[in-house]
Design a binder for this molecule. Structure first.
Ligand SMILES: [Zn+2]
Ligand SMILES: [Zn+2]
Length: 130
């Protein structure tokens, strides 16, 4: 079972490798809450996710709840009883092995940052430019 954690390690979790769906989301809510250009999600049943440690919850929309570590601020989970009843979305970039679960779609590209569509054309350096 893939394991993950927040940056400081106060919150740890274990999730099934088989997800209901897994996708990279480009919506503005994900972007603002994560402070990152996109967020990768893996949806599982709430009873399939084992969480150790306490998360804090933020209402990012009427029914959307974003769960993060109160100590280091890492965004970890998303719940929405209206669209995902009994399920929980996990930010799979926080997995110890982030390649363990590979997203198979990009969603909400209508809200994607323009330059995110052409990342492959941006010069890339193994570390920092020399
Ligand atoms: Zn933490
Ligand atoms: Zn989103």
């Amino acid at each position: 079972m893939p394991k993950g954690q927040c940056h400081c390690g106060a919150v740890r979790y274990e999730m099934p490798a088989e997800t209901i769906h897994k996708a990279v989301c480009h919506c503005s809510d994900c972007r603002r809450h994560a402070g990152a250009p996109m967020v990768a999600w893996g949806l599982v049943g709430k009873d399939q996710l084992k969480i150790e440690g306490e998360t804090k919850e933020y209402a990012s929309s009427e029914n959307g709840r974003r769960h993060f570590c109160p100590q280091c601020g890492t965004a970890l989970f998303y719940t929405n009883e209206l669209i995902f009843p009994g399920q929980i979305d996990v930010q799979i970039a926080t997995l110890d092995d982030p390649d363990a679960i590979r997203p198979d779609a990009q969603i909400q590209v209508a809200e994607r940052i323009g330059w995110m569509a052409r990342l492959d054309q941006m010069p890339a350096f193994e570390r920092y430019p020399g």
